[in-house]
Design a protein. Structure first.
Lengths: 441, 329
């Protein structure tokens, strides 16, 4: 075994490693390489700064259910009156008349007093009962059984979560259950996930993965054909398809380690700056791995494509730019309409499936988090109808279902990977064939 | 095409059997046109062994011919055979060919040794073998002492010799040199000419192109003259040259003080005319180029002159072409 490994290694240590090494060394000597790579680093760093800034912000605690207000002016917040079963609208009815009298709570006690207590998500046709009435204003003895079960599912003071047949998420809560969640905790968690998905999908898989190949791979063979130095390589007994392949490998030899470094930096930042009690959030390891994997496949396919466009036409970059615009459109489309069939005619559509699948695996409570942010009922302290919780909107924007229909995210990920590899192989053969038939002045 | 897993050098090994009997180079009625421009028209040529000079003015089709031979260009019509194999889309014969392209561009950031050993691995050599081979060929062209300097710092002559060394990797049977002497100083010219002659003596088939007759003359007598894409003459230069001896040759020498240099140069017997084209250039006329060139270096060194360039303008080739085309150049 050791012998054969040695032999294969020695065999590959000729043409393949020669061209690969040469290509990597050549990139290192070009200023443009460093400019492009540093620009990519700056872009990701800027996005990370926005993220860190969002994580450092203090989010105002909103009284989502409005029960810190004192409607009748008897100093007892409405929530406290409701807990003890007195009339919040009559100053003559409050727990101060109890024996012994109960002193009024500070209104702040009734802000963010009933956070989400969920640990399950509905799957398929299964309905789950979640939630816990932290502040006791549902569980109170002052309420009748039917008052405690306003959603009529037979469980008092719970939230019923279910999926409709069309896959819509349904949220039916008994009154006063999980009705005033911790806005800051929610916003940070949602913005944290939205940032990872946004930076990962648009920053890594789109911007980095398309612009680096655009600047680095278009000239991979074209530049040498134009300058005449390609002759030194092509006068050797080597098939041009091989040259094409090994050159792309050399390009990946620069780009992939770069992506790995960039991902590690980003994962460290979101790990340390992310919300949570622990010093470092390890839970996002999987999603960053998927982003890296998707970006690696995207840079492979784009690299092959742009290298091929460069070989095909001296001004191949002109063809690459409208393609990049198409891919941007597809990236945005995949976030809104992930099941659109047009996405199958793109590279990014498939690459983003990998990220979306991973987000489902890493964060199984994703839909729950999004919809709960939209579902909390009530009005804020000023009496306005409460809007969705901060963070739920961006999270809904950047998260998308993998869009390959009703299959497990693992299968989606594998299908997307295979499709991207097929795209790369097809481009290798097309590019190789075009290069082979190309006259070189 | 699958990648060559064994990396042994010859792509498509199974399909390719060298035809030992075939001439090294065979062109049958080869033409290459770009729209209405005929870069080559109807060239038929077979070459095996020895050193052959391809002579022609700039644009005569020399480089086009070489690029067709090296499979870089596809002939518009006609048959091309390199060791009996069609080189278009087939890199197999290149394991037996070394090519020195005309272009000035090189990988300036590499050292000569790096450049040669890296590309030698494309001939199927292992890393260690490639390094040894690079040493060998650099020694052959006399660059071993500067092998680990960057090509970007090399003089023109050293760059040309590096390119030649690159072509000599794996000891090819056929070596094609496109204008190897262009822009070199006299010393480099002599070195390169010696290298080419040495290759000829070793029994390799060498094809070298030039637009300067005297250069080719010092290397070989077997010549092919291309003119406007047509093969004008093929054979022994000597016979043609004898008839051309009474035509004077012109040499342009770029230097700091042409007048001082003129005083020294006038002592060379073969010089029969001197003129000044501009303050930096001396033009010498001679009827015996060989003799002049053998005396010139000594004269320059003894006189302590500073010489920037020595050029043999096309005049003498033009005159041959005129002679061959009956004045219709």
């Amino acid at each position: 075994m050791a012998d054969s490994t040695n032999t294969i290694f020695r065999a590959l240590d000729r043409k393949a490693s020669a061209i690969t090494e040469f290509t990597m060394r050549q990139y290192r000597t070009k200023i443009s390489t460093w400019v492009v790579l540093i620009t990519g680093l700056v872009i990701i760093s800027l996005l990370m700064l926005f993220y860190v800034d969002a994580m450092q912000r203090d989010f105002e605690s909103v009284d989502n259910d409005g029960d810190s207000a004192d409607s009748d002016g008897d100093l007892y917040p409405d929530g406290q009156e409701r807990l003890y079963g007195t009339n919040p609208f009559s100053e003559l009815s409050n727990p101060g008349f109890f024996d012994p009298p109960i002193p009024p709570d500070d209104p702040s006690v009734w802000i963010d007093e009933d956070d989400f207590d969920w640990n399950e998500s509905p799957t398929g046709t299964r309905t789950v009962s979640v939630g816990y009435d932290d502040d006791g204003d549902c569980r109170t003895d002052a309420r009748t059984s039917s008052q405690k079960d306003t959603n009529d599912n037979g469980v008092e003071c719970d939230i019923e979560l279910s999926l409709t047949l069309t896959g819509e998420f349904r949220y039916e809560a008994d009154s006063f259950v999980d009705e005033d969640p911790d806005d800051e905790a929610y916003a940070k968690e949602a913005l944290h996930r939205a940032s990872i998905l946004g930076i990962g999908k648009l920053g890594f898989v789109f911007i980095i993965s398309i612009f680096i190949p655009l600047f680095m791979a278009t000239g991979l063979i074209r530049d040498e054909m134009t300058s005449g130095t390609m002759h030194y390589m092509l006068t050797k007994p080597i098939a041009r398809t091989e040259v094409f392949f090994y050159r792309v490998i050399g390009y990946l030899g620069i780009v992939w380690p770069y992506l790995i470094i960039l991902t590690i930096i980003s994962a460290l930042v979101t790990g340390f700056a992310g919300p949570g009690d622990s010093l470092f959030r390890f839970s996002e390891f999987g999603i960053w791995l998927a982003i890296l994997f998707a970006a690696m496949l995207a840079t492979l396919v784009y690299g092959m494509l742009f290298c091929f466009l460069g070989v095909m036409w001296r001004y191949g970059i002109i063809l690459a730019i409208p393609f990049a615009a198409w891919e941007l459109g597809m990236a945005l489309l995949s976030m809104g309409v992930p099941e659109s069939p047009i996405l199958r005619f793109s590279v990014i559509g498939w690459a983003l499936i990998i990220v979306d699948s991973a987000s489902l695996i890493v964060w199984p409570d994703m839909s729950l988090l999004i919809y709960s942010g939209f579902s909390v009922e009530g009005s804020n302290v000023d009496g306005f109808e409460r809007e969705e919780l901060i963070g739920s909107e961006p999270l809904q924007y950047f998260f998308a279902n993998p869009g390959l229909g009703d299959i497990s995210p693992f299968v989606s990920m594998i299908i997307a990977t295979i499709v991207l590899l097929i795209q790369a192989i097809a481009l290798l053969f097309i590019g190789g064939a075009i290069f082979k038939g190309k006259e070189i002045e | 095409m699958m990648p060559d897993i064994h990396q042994e050098g010859q792509a498509q090994t199974s399909q390719w059997q060298p035809e030992q009997k075939a001439p090294v180079i065979l062109l049958e009625n080869v033409s290459k046109t770009y729209g209405k421009i005929h870069a080559l028209s109807g060239v038929t040529l077979a070459l095996s062994g020895g050193v052959t000079g391809i002579l022609g003015l700039n644009g005569a089709g020399k480089s086009t011919l070489f690029k067709i031979l090296m499979g870089k260009l596809k002939p518009s019509s006609g048959q091309v055979r390199l060791f009996g194999t069609n080189p278009w889309k087939n890199p197999a014969p290149y394991s037996r060919v070394g090519f020195v392209p005309e272009g000035e561009k090189m990988h300036d950031w590499m050292t000569a040794h790096d450049f040669i050993s890296t590309f030698a691995r494309l001939n199927g050599l292992t890393r260690a073998d490639a390094k040894a081979e690079a040493d060998r060929v650099l020694d052959f062209v006399g660059l071993l002492d500067v092998a680990h300097k960057q090509i970007g710092r090399f003089s023109k002559g050293m760059r040309q010799r590096t390119k030649i060394a690159h072509a000599l990797v794996s000891d090819p049977e056929l070596i094609i040199l496109d204008e190897p002497l262009q822009g070199c100083d006299p010393l480099a010219r002599t070195t390169i000419m010696n290298v080419i002659r040495e290759l000829g003596r070793m029994g390799r088939t060498v094809i070298v192109s030039s637009h300067i007759l005297t250069e080719i003359e010092r290397i070989t007598e077997q010549i092919v003259i291309l003119h406007h894409g047509r093969l004008l003459a093929l054979g022994n230069l000597h016979a043609i040259r004898e008839k051309m001896d009474n035509i004077p040759h012109r040499i342009d020498i770029g230097c700091d003080s042409p007048k001082d240099l003129a005083k020294s140069v006038i002592d060379i017997d073969s010089v029969h005319g001197i003129s000044f084209q501009n303050p930096q250039k001396l033009t010498v006329q001679t009827r015996n180029l060989g003799d002049f060139h053998s005396h010139l270096p000594r004269t320059i060194i003894d006189g302590g002159h500073k010489v920037d360039s020595i050029d043999n303008p096309d005049d003498d080739l033009s005159s041959i072409l005129g002679y061959l085309t009956g004045g219709g150049v």
